[in-house]
Design a protein around this ligand. Structure first.
Ligand SMILES: Cc1cc2nc3c(=O)[nH]c(=O)nc-3n(C[C@H](O)[C@H](O)[C@H](O)COP(=O)(O)OP(=O)(O)OC[C@H]3O[C@@H](n4cnc5c(N)ncnc54)[C@H](O)[C@@H]3O)c2cc1C
Length: 411
């Protein structure tokens, strides 16, 4: 009897143990198959990413390198945009395509001859690379309300009023440090206000066109719908539900026809407070372009939020000049003129101009190199760090520096 009970107990225990083992085996098999599936999915994603990167690299390697000096471009299309902006589509006059690649965010430098004088201006490329054309979008600069009597913007007005389809323009190759690689890792916050959207729009277009996987938050600020040059485009992108790209449209002064939640997402300006409300964390690279108060606000707000300075990038279209006290002599060697300074000056270009010495300049920000001049003797002090990447040894960028003691300039 006892033997029977023990035998039954043994059988039950054996059965139980077998059942537990079978359950564990099943669990193990499920795990192995899940891990296998996850690993396979990861592998597929990696392969896709590699394929995209290979494609991008091959495409870029097949593109010609940028040109030196001036290349002639023909205006192929001129399209008015909202907000007093006009887009110009430029094709190479020599017909040689594909066009050299550029980093999204870079700008073109135009040399014009207006009223017998050479004048140079920079305009950001507002689209990603296309093999057959470049695009720039230019806002007409109106005369400031104050002080009264100042003229409207010379070159922007010229582009709007006098540059037409078929016209030939002198253009220097894309350049600039405010740029991204769409295929780097890490999330991006791209913010642009008004016409300042152009370089970040180029970055966004590149991310979308090249199906890059970086997480992107795109903040776009304008006064209201009448100035929104991306209304249809953003609507189309939203409909395409691009999983890694988020759009936030801000109107600072919406009018009665603008619909919250449809035409725009926030009533107010683009700023770091909005980033803090919407972003999942501060772990992004921030690229901002807009009017100086907006960029200063973003910079200060991001610093308060603890974003390292190395992750904050901005592009100014205009220089905000602060004069500094200088006591020195400037010897303009080529002109044969030596003058003393004892007072405040904004920069060497303006000072030279006041002395009748012309130093050509374009960006007034130390970005484009138009004003690069040999510093034969002495030292200069910069108001902002030059970002022109081809600054030659023994030269300076007079648009953003003042003498630091007596100098001799090759001007
Ligand atoms: C890297 C970079 C990228 C840029 N990208 C773009 C872009 O994508 N789109 C765009 O629209 N712009 C862009 N800009 C700005 C552009 O280069 C020009 O600065 C802008 O078009 C104004 O040039 P303008 O000749 O029309 O105006 P300017 O004739 O230079 O006049 C500018 C302002 O100065 C005032 N002014 C004129 N004369 C005087 C005077 N004697 N004293 C005081 N004030 C005076 C004018 O009233 C006007 O308000 C960019 C600039 C840089 C540096």
């Amino acid at each position: 009897m006892l033997a029977n009970i023990l035998q039954t107990l043994g059988l039950v225990l054996l059965g139980g143990a077998t059942l537990v083992m079978l359950l564990m085996l099943a669990q193990y098999c499920r795990l192995v198959s899940l891990t296998g599936k996850t690993a396979a999915a990861r592998l597929r994603l990696l392969e896709e990413k590699l394929q995209t990167l290979r494609g991008v690299r091959e495409r870029q390697q097949s593109l010609p390198v940028a040109w030196n000096g001036i290349r002639k471009f023909r205006v192929d299309r001129k399209t008015p945009e909202p907000g007093g902006i006009c887009s110009f589509y430029l094709v190479p006059n020599d017909g040689k395509v594909p066009l050299p690649s550029f980093q999204p965010g870079q700008f073109l430098t135009f040399r014009l001859d207006l009223d017998g004088k050479e004048i140079v201006r920079c305009y950001s490329l507002s689209d990603c690379h296309r093999p057959d054309h470049y695009r720039v979008s230019i806002k007409r600069v109106l005369a400031p309300r104050e002080p009264a009597g100042l003229p409207p913007g010379k070159v922007s007005g010229h582009f709007h009023d006098s540059v037409n389809v078929g016209d030939i323009l002198d253009v220097r190759a894309p350049s600039g440090e405010f740029a991204i690689n769409p295929h780097d890792s890490g999330g991006l916050v791209l913010s642009g206000a008004g016409v300042g959207v152009t370089p970040v729009l180029s970055m966004l277009n590149a991310i979308i066109e090249e199906k890059a996987r970086r997480e992107v938050w795109f903040f776009y600020g304008v006064r209201n719908g009448s100035e929104n040059m991306l209304k249809e485009q953003i609507r189309a992108w939203r409909a395409a539900a691009i999983p890694n790209v988020h759009f936030v449209v801000c109107y600072s002064d919406p009018d009665s026809s603008d619909r919250l939640g449809e035409d725009y997402d926030y009533a107010g300006r683009v700023g770091a407070d909005l980033f803090q409300r919407l972003l999942p964390s501060a772990n992004f690279d921030f690229y901002t372009c807009g009017p100086p108060p907006m960029m200063n606000g973003v910079r200060d707000g991001l610093a308060e939020w603890g974003v390292p300075e190395s992750r904050v990038h901005d592009e100014a279209f205009m220089q905000v000049t602060k004069s500094v006290k200088v006591s020195a002599s400037v010897d303009f060697k080529r002109t044969g003129k030596k003058v003393g300074i004892d007072g405040e000056i904004a920069n060497l270009v303006k000072f030279a101009e006041s002395e009748g010495v012309k130093i050509p300049t374009a960006c007034w920000l130390g970005k484009c190199g138009t004003c690069m001049t040999a510093l034969v003797e002495g030292k200069v002090k910069y108001s902002t760090k030059p970002t022109f990447d081809k600054l030659e040894k023994g030269c300076c960028l007079p648009c953003i520096c003042v003498p630091d003691g007596n100098i001799v300039l090759d001007a």
